[in-house]
Design a protein around this ligand. Structure first.
Ligand code: FRU
Length: 566
């Protein structure tokens, strides 16, 4: 397995064309080879997003090491990505097409700009990069994967393309944090192999050595994606620094095209592991004593909830219903498309689970959404969180436009972490969503006007309209209508909205009772609004061309604004 040990330096403006150039051999109008020179750490690949993928096979000692698909620059460089080289590697590069009329690939920009370097310096200053949300240092990110808590650190793996800022070459990137706010990049956890690219999955801490890889080994279960999707296992005996793949992979197969995203958890009630994964329009449940051999238990979902798209990324957990001693199970089902405002969203079901079968307690036609924004997807929880907490993180994007977001060297961020629970309202049980308690510690000094990173706490006594605006006339309006029992966020004039027709929108949530206090988290390119009591959450991206620096409040409401400290 290739581990990318890439040194990231603090942002500085170095000329990226400094460093040794490459000397390719040209073999045809679409084909070149490049021998990696000795003693070079990184090969910086110039990317131009509007081009088609070039297919790169990395060969060493006549063996295929890895393949990557990468839109190498033909006319101009949008940004660079680093490839960690090892001595003697040969890059065999085939372009899908040659858009130049002259027929020669010799003149492609990539050859003059590709170069070696000792460290990768982030040179593209991006005003939209979040200040306190997790983002990859570079490259594309989608779903959170393999999340676990161990020895005081929260580990967050994620769907990652290390070789460009669009969906390709899926690996598991890895970051960790002591406080769910400051994230440290870790070595890449799992990289593609002959069984496929690495799709979503989960990880658990094996406290009893049930799998035989060692006490407290981290066991990751993920989807290997090729023509079909199968489930594979990898384990780490050094706390997650390096993962080894199990030689018996794949451990779970099925004759179903969409069969993916295994989420594993220890079920105390049956003293066995349970696994839930998405299988077509259903969630399939399995059990195991050793994390390797899985017994099929049952399927849930036919005719329940929303089926407007593909069911993906499940989770299943037992939680207390607030104000009672009753415990119920909640099944998370991310769905794309089919969300309440188009595209991706997170629905959930509440009911009972005996380790074998999940039974939803609501009528089949009832659909419950965890978050009523447009940028909340692939939401799953951490394994082994302290104090029995259920801490979730969502991917803050939507498949309708995720690949078009107006950032370059990185694309996509995660939501802030949230504490999940259950509460009853009007005869139904709902999921409560509150900012993780770690966010309290991020509150810095009180300020008069909003800034690019702040928390706005609004105390409400009835209808209210809160507008965040900047000097360019860009604005986001949040409206609470007490009689209707609704809360809206209007981002139609929030700044740069033109990159996708599906982006400008108003999102609306039921408030399930009165709103007394709102907590609004603003970062450089997102707004997350929560009912402080947890009855409503709304997560939306925004791309203002200048931070919102004014607040206007109409109605019975008062706001306090806190800087988010770093
Ligand atoms: C959800 C998803 C998963 C899949 C992954 C691939 O966003 O489609 O079902 O495993 O992304 O990147």
């Amino acid at each position: 397995m290739k581990i990318h040990a890439i040194t990231l330096l603090a942002a500085a403006t170095l000329s990226l064309s400094a460093g040794a150039q490459v000397t390719p051999q040209f073999l045809s109008e679409r084909h070149a080879m490049l021998r990696v020179e000795n003693d070079k750490k990184l090969l910086l690949l110039p990317i131009e997003e509007k081009q088609e993928n070039a297919h790169i096979r990395v060969v060493k000692d006549n063996q295929l090491i890895t393949t990557l698909n990468c839109r190498l620059a033909i006319d101009k460089v949008d940004y660079y990505v680093p490839y960690a080289t090892s001595e003697g590697e040969l890059f065999d590069i085939a372009f899908a097409a040659n858009p130049r009329a002259t027929g020669s690939i010799k003149g492609f920009t990539c050859w003059s700009k590709m170069h070696y370097a000792d460290a990768f310096t982030e040179t593209v200053a991006d005003a939209y990069r979040p200040a306190y949300h997790h983002t990859p240092a570079y490259g594309w990110m989608n779903d959170p994967n393999g999340m676990y808590y161990k020895d005081g650190r929260w580990h967050l793996c994620f769907q990652w393309n290390p070789y460009a800022s669009y969906w390709e070459n899926l690996s598991w990137g890895h970051s960790s944090s002591a406080d769910l706010i400051h994230w440290t990049p870790e070595p890449t956890a799992i990289t593609p192999d002959a069984l496929g690219t690495i799709f979503s999955g989960s990880a658990v801490v094996d406290k009893t050595n049930s799998a035989g890889f060692g006490k407290d080994a981290i066991i990751a279960l993920y989807t290997s994606a090729r023509e079909r999707q199968t489930q594979s296992l990898a384990y780490s005996t050094d706390g997650g620094q390096t993962f080894q793949k199990y030689s018996g992979n794949p451990i779970l197969t099925a004759d179903i095209p969409d069969f993916r995203d295994p989420k594993v958890f220890w079920n105390d009630d049956i003293q066995r592991w349970n696994l839930i994964l998405a299988s077509g329009q259903e969630m399939w449940i399995y059990s195991s004593s050793n994390l390797k051999d899985w017994r099929y238990e049952s399927a849930f979902g036919r005719a329940y909830g929303n089926h407007g798209g593909v069911w993906e990324c499940p989770d299943l957990m037992k939680m207390k219903v607030a104000g009672s001693n009753e415990e119920k199970w909640m099944l998370i089902c991310n769905i794309n498309p089919g969300g309440p405002f188009g595209g991706s969203a997170t629905q959930y079901f509440v009911g009972s689970f005996d380790g074998h079968e999940f039974k939803c307690e609501s009528a089949p036609e009832v659909t419950k959404w965890m978050d009523y924004g447009k940028d909340h997807y692939a939401t799953v929880t951490f394994d082994n969180a302290p104090d029995g907490r259920h801490v979730a993180i969502a991917w803050m994007s939507n498949w309708q436009y995720a690949n078009q977001l107006p950032t370059l060297q990185y694309r996509s961020a995660n939501s802030i972490a949230r504490d999940l629970g259950l509460y009853s309202y009007n005869g139904e049980t709902y999921c409560s969503v509150k900012p993780a308690k770690e966010m309290d510690a991020a509150r810095g000094k009180q300020i008069d006007n909003p800034s690019a990173r702040c928390e706005i706490v609004v105390t409400l006594k009835g209808d209210a309209q809160i507008t965040l605006r900047n000097t360019k006339g860009e604005r986001v309006t949040l409206t609470y209508d007490e009689a209707e029992g609704t809360f809206d966020m209007d981002r139609r004039r929030s700044g740069n909205v033109a990159f996708s027709d599906a982006f400008p929108c108003v999102t609306t949530a039921p408030t399930n009772g009165q709103l007394r206090q709102l907590r609004i988290f603003v970062d450089n390119s997102s707004i997350e609004a929560f009912d402080a009591d947890g009855k409503m959450a709304m997560t939306n991206l925004v791309f203002p061309t200048e931070p919102y620096n004014r607040i206007q409040i109409k109605g019975k409401a008062k706001a306090k604004i806190y800087q988010i400290s770093r």
